[in-house]
Write a protein that binds this ligand. Structure first.
Ligand code: SAM
Length: 493
């Protein structure tokens, strides 16, 4: 039987040292929250926790403060009132924090839940130790929504990192006029939830490692790629026997820039930019680029590293860009046929593959029109294609290798995609994948999950993933799981 929150809290508070408190913490978390909802007795326990934050050692206090933030998010009025009753304590504690510490990260996360107290919180926060990322997140979460000039879709991972050019501001103004007021409000609220999840994950990681890591933007390592020689039509002809109609599986033929299915007569498009075998409108699948060209230029240096930090628990940078490059070069081993880079995005990692295997060997594949347009510039030697991962337009066993790097978590049908990869991959060819596993730390997992639901992505149980790969005819040769990454190389049997 589950112990009451108050019993678990007493055990946690009575722990002889911080190691013991750390071991008792998951039990306290489980007693307080389940499935994103507070459990009976949580409200009383929260009142006591709010009363204790000043009396326990800083490390234990950080644990309590994160739990209070997490409970505040559950939203029940009495629980929230009990947590808010400790506001003076939290501010006093914030005033004592002199540097970037786990307790500071926890306090920022907790205080971000009380916009009604912005006037008391912000002067203390602004006079203290907070760095620009933490402070701007706190300010944004406490801000009142202003319909005239809402900054939406550009506060994650930190509003301080978003400085717009005049052209970007113009674009944004035009974009806002296309949205209804309800859509703008929904965007604003989702931004707040995403920031809270990010701050919670940062605090949870800091508490578990006992340090706060810098959020400096990543330096994007340059990759040399061959000069442009290819053309879409010529590359289509080179690989023509590989393609199949996504509607009926029939063979495709090209006349000029028109591509037609010999069996069902469905028509597809090609030009010198990219081949479109998606069978969908150009806007479909634009998750990252979305309506905003603002994201494309910020994806690699800002958004992607932030995503890896939260979903991969990569706060200390255990997986660097150089590590990713090295992994690909060490593990991608194509059989006969081209390498499909599935979900190639803005192409930085496609370019690594192109420089390793030669651009003409690569098919850069994505569903988002904005991404494939960009890919045409980044890997001009490669065939760039628009298509859907869950219904790959390739004949069975025709691909030499498949790479799916930081992508499968964004695809709506990940296991169907694994099945498709197995179907298209030739015997002996490798499938390399970087994605995420559920964090084994229950507190961190809570925030990872919140973050995932805000961004519309998922993480995986490694066992389930191995089973799916096996069912799709692939055998895992290498599995690497630093933080909560799931990096796999499998080979087609
Ligand atoms: C997070 S980005 C990854 C980009 C790059 N591989 C990297 O390592 O950063 C995921 C990409 O998958 C694409 N994507 C999402 N769903 C897709 C689908 N069903 N079919 C093909 N591409 C898809 C998105 O458009 C996006 O460019």
């Amino acid at each position: 039987m589950r112990a009451e929150p108050s019993e678990r809290l007493a055990l946690f508070l009575r722990a002889n040292d911080e190691e013991e408190a750390g071991r008792r913490y998951p039990g306290l978390l489980r007693a307080l929250v389940s499935g994103g909802k507070s459990r009976p007795g949580a409200s009383e326990a929260a009142r006591e926790m709010a009363g204790q934050v000043l009396t326990v050692p800083a490390e234990r206090s950080g644990h309590l403060v994160v739990l209070l933030g997490l409970l505040a998010e559950c939203g029940e009025p009495e629980l929230r009132r009990n947590i808010r009753a400790g506001l003076d304590h939290y501010l006093k504690l914030l005033g004592t924090v002199r540097e970037n510490t786990p307790l500071g990260a926890a306090l920022v996360y907790l205080l971000a839940h009380f916009p009604e107290d912005a006037a008391s919180i912000l002067p203390v926060a602004r006079s203290g130790f907070l760095d620009q990322d933490d402070l701007s997140r706190l300010e944004r979460c406490l801000a009142v929504f202003t319909p005239e000039t809402p900054a939406i879709g550009r506060s994650w991972p930190s509003p301080a990192r978003w400085r717009l050019s005049d052209a970007e501001r113009d674009h944004e103004r035009r974009w806002l006029t296309t949205l209804t007021r309800d859509a703008v409000v929904a965007f604003w609220e989702k931004d707040t939830r995403t920031l809270l999840a990010y701050m919670g994950a940062k605090a949870a990681a800091a508490i578990s490692t006992r340090q706060v890591e810098s959020e400096a933007p990543d330096e994007i390592l340059p990759v040399r790629a061959p000069q442009a020689t290819g053309r879409t039509s010529a590359l289509f002809d080179k690989y023509a026997p590989l393609f199949r109609c996504p509607a009926c599986g029939g063979r495709l033929v090209r006349r000029g820039t028109a591509i037609t299915c010999r069996d069902c007569a469905a028509g597809y498009l090609t030009d010198e930019g990219y081949l479109d075998l998606s069978g969908t409108a150009p806007g479909a699948g634009d998750q990252i680029a979305g309506n905003s060209p603002l994201y494309l230029s910020r994806y690699e240096p800002l958004l992607r590293p932030a995503f890896l930090r939260v979903n991969g628990t990569n706060w200390s940078g255990a997986v660097s860009i150089a590590d990713e490059d090295a992994y690909l070069i060490d593990h991608v081993r194509p059989a006969a046929g081209p390498l499909l880079d599935l979900g190639a995005g803005t192409g930085r990692w496609t370019k690594v593959l192109a420089s390793h295997l030669g651009g003409e060997r690569i098919i850069a594949f994505d569903l988002a029109a904005a991404m494939v347009r960009r890919l045409g510039e980044v890997v001009p030697d490669s065939l760039v294609m628009r298509g859907a991962a869950g219904n790959l337009p390739f004949a069975d066993g025709t691909l030499g290798a498949v790479n799916c790097w930081n992508t499968i978590q964004s695809i709506e049908t990940p296991y169907q995609t694994i099945h498709e990869i197995g179907r298209c991959l030739g015997r002996g060819g490798t499938f390399t994948m970087l994605t995420y596993r559920h964090s084994p730390d229950p507190l961190y997992r809570y925030f990872q999950q919140r973050h995932e639901s805000c961004l519309g992505v998922t993480s995986f149980d490694p066992e389930e993933m191995r089973e799916a790969l096996s069912k799709a005819g692939m055998t895992v040769m290498d599995q690497y799981t630093p933080g909560s990454f799931l990096i796999i190389t499998a080979v087609r049997r």
